[in-house]
Design a protein around this ligand. Structure first.
Ligand SMILES: Nc1ncnc2c1ncn2[C@@H]1O[C@H](COP(=O)(O)OP(=O)(O)OP(=O)(O)O)[C@@H](O)[C@H]1O
Ligand SMILES: [Mg+2]
Length: 203
């Protein structure tokens, strides 16, 4: 599940995991950055508003370090057992935020992607799409803003457009879902997409 702030990634990761379990599937959730002891410590660093800006490539390397632990400790063991893994953010976040958002060369992200993620790709990447103003307003009441949430609207516009460009160029694995609609409508579309995924996987 991908998308900029407040588009509903965490909400719908939980929904999709519940939906898959209801279908009798084994399911594991992962989140980025985080989900492992190393990842959660890196998350604390990456989101700490007190740190202010950090060199964009350093940020990318920390994201991939957390991702590497998540792949090794959470994702691959779950796939080995035959479980589905629903990730609250994955490698598309690095393209959107560190390349399109921060402006590091996309080749750097591609290199890290090849080294850390490798040939195994998600079966499905959902880009939850909504204007940054909407996502940020959904989160406005939660008070403390993390290091990313303090970024400008322009930053999130670049990240959003990065997600959309890559999703449009990336083929059938990508689905762009309009996340500005009511929760219930987004859920219905996700359930349709997930049904199709299960059908494809069993056929
Ligand atoms: N389609 C929707 N309509 C109305 N409210 C929504 C919708 N989707 C999510 N929300 C609400 O918006 C808030 C943010 O959702 P959520 O935390 O799932 O977003 P997120 O993408 O995980 O954000 P972050 O990038 O900060 O992790 C929550 O309060 C959630 O209930
Ligand atoms: Mg979230």
């Amino acid at each position: 599940m991908e998308g900029i702030e407040g588009t509903g990634k965490s909400t719908h990761t939980a929904y999709l995991a519940g939906w898959l379990a209801q279908q009798g599937q084994q399911v594991v959730t992962a989140r980025e950055p985080g989900g492992t002891p190393l990842g959660e410590r890196l998350r604390a660093i990456l989101l700490d508003p007190g740190l202010g800006s950090m060199p964009p490539l350093a940020e990318a390397l920390l994201m991939f370090a957390a991702r590497s632990a998540s792949i090794k400790e959470v994702i691959l063991p779950a796939l080995e057992r035959g479980a589905w893994v629903v990730c609250d953010r994955f490698v598309e976040s690095s393209y959107a935020y560190q390349a399109y958002g921060r402006g590091i060369p996309i080749e750097h992200v591609q290199t890290l992607d090849r080294q850390i993620v490798g040939a195994r790709r998600p079966d499905l990447t959902v880009v939850l799409d909504a204007p940054p103003e909407l996502g940020l307003s959904r989160k406005a009441d939660s008070g403390n803003r993390d290091r990313f949430e303090q970024e400008s609207l322009q930053f999130f516009e670049r990240a959003r457009s990065g997600y959309l460009q890559r999703a449009r160029a990336g083929g059938a694995r990508f689905r762009i879902v309009d996340a500005s609609r009511p929760l219930e409508e987004v859920r219905r579309e996700l359930a349709r997409i997930a049904s199709q995924l299960l059908e494809d996987a069993s056929g």
